[in-house]
Design a protein around this ligand. Structure first.
Ligand SMILES: Cc1ncc(COP(=O)(O)O)c(C=O)c1O
Length: 412
């Protein structure tokens, strides 16, 4: 393909990009086009020095005293507030803890207990598997029924039996953005609580949790928040529920007086009541450090860049690559899309592997999806054109037919 015109346009867009300077906050090797920041965010450039400090001084030298002197003990709430700024939550409503799966479990049980007598949880059929598994398990534990309903049909599925409505803000497979405001409002009209999984929207899409009266939310720390592999997740509970909420994993760090070592649980006031056990402090501090990549950055600017990147990609795929049997699965309307573009291809897995061999890293999702995430903090429009060029090269030469690219790895 001849992408000369596209390259010129990309150069102009990059020259005018108000957040282009943020790329310098990350370490990415030259030549690599990293389109998997929706799965594992890139490493912030300042992170190795900060982690060396944490390991050598805070842990190595100051040892257990660091819980006080380096404020380790309050890190879950402090880092939670940094996440809160990105998702439209006033301070004191987000705590960083555990994994998304565990936080979803805690949030869902807490939500169901806030609506005693109601027996139904509504969720989407195509949700991320962890969410479906956790919801089914909570339903079994609490004797609830699960209704699996596509997001667009939620209002019609609501009645007086519904306790909780639990959806992902952005569909992990298609990148479709759900109507968070509309579903939350409909949920409240039915007297139920809205619980959102923000794993694929936090840091790249405006969420406005407080403004939309969302009740609870959870999300990953290692995707667009760049907290590193296995970074802890976060959970939001709106302040109005803090006194009444009762989460099920009543660990000692969420106790009102953890060091009184009392024999009976009494929930800590505020969002600290969602804590369970000792936080993974190295990962917690890595996430805190990574969140400073957003210093001085407004989500609106990031969202505008993200939409510009994904729109350019969709346009170039439509214009140059449709003959290869690629189909854009993500919504074409940028306002209905998160920060990823998913392409359907009969040999999607091999296409992803062949792309990786050409230094364009994306991932594969069952059954036939090439999933490409466009992390707006460190990608340029020039990267988008390069990705299209290399995708064209793979498909033109049939590189995805190489049997080596059909070998399934443990992580796809
Ligand atoms: C939407 C969504 N929810 C939950 C999870 C699972 O998160 P964790 O492994 O932290 O439990 C993921 C992971 O990719 C996800 O994409």
């Amino acid at each position: 393909v001849d992408l000369t015109a596209a390259r010129e346009r990309a150069a102009a867009l990059d020259a005018a990009d108000p957040v282009a300077h943020l790329r310098a906050r990350f370490r990415l090797r030259d030549g690599l086009v990293y389109l998997d920041g929706n799965s594992l965010g890139a490493m912030p450039a300042h992170l190795p020095a900060r982690m060396a400090e944490v390991v050598e001084q805070e842990w190595g030298r100051d040892l257990i005293g660091s819980w006080n002197t380096h404020d380790w003990w309050t890190a879950p709430e402090r880092v939670g507030d940094l996440v809160g700024r990105l998702v439209g939550a006033e301070p004191g409503q987000v705590v960083v803890a555990d994994s998304t799966s565990v936080d979803l479990f805690k949030a869902l049980v807490a939500a169901a207990r806030l609506r005693p007598g109601r027996t139904v949880v509504v969720t989407e059929p195509g949700s991320f598997p962890a969410d479906l598994y956790v919801i089914d398990s909570v339903a079994e534990l609490l004797g609830l029924t699960v209704r699996r309903v596509p997001p667009a049909e939620v209002p019609a599925a609501l009645d007086d039996d519904v306790a909780v409505v639990s959806y992902s803000h952005v569909d992990y497979r298609t990148g479709e953005l759900a109507d968070l405001a509309g579903i939350t409002a409909a949920t409240h009209s039915a007297g139920a609580l809205a619980l959102w999984d923000l794993s694929h929207s936090a840091g790249v899409v405006r969420v406005d949790l407080d403004a939309h009266d969302v009740d609870l939310a959870v999300g990953c720390g290692y995707k667009y928040l760049n907290g590193g592999p296995g970074a802890p997740a976060y959970v939001y509970v709106a302040r109005r529920h803090h006194d009444a909420m009762r989460q099920p994993l009543t660990g000692w760090t969420g106790h009102a007086r953890p060091f009184a070592m009392e024999g009976r649980y009494e929930k800590a006031p505020g969002i600290a009541g969602m804590r369970t056990g000792t936080p993974p402090m190295l990962s917690m501090l890595a996430l805190e450090s990574a969140l400073h990549c957003f210093d001085g950055v407004e989500v609106d600017a990031v969202r505008a860049k993200s939409q510009s990147l994904t729109s350019l990609f969709v346009e170039l795929v439509d214009g140059h690559l449709s003959a290869y049997g690629l189909e854009v699965v993500s919504p074409r309307d940028a306002d209905r899309r998160g920060s990823q573009v998913s392409l359907r291809h009969p040999q999607a897995y091999a296409v992803v592997q062949a792309l990786i061999a050409r230094d364009v890293v994306g991932d594969y999702r069952e059954p036939d999806v090439v999933r490409l995430g466009f992390a707006p903090l460190y990608l340029s429009h020039a990267d988008v054109v390069t990705a299209v060029e290399r995708l064209d090269a793979v498909l033109t030469a049939g590189e995805h037919h190489d049997p080596a690219h059909a070998v399934r790895h443990a992580v796809t």
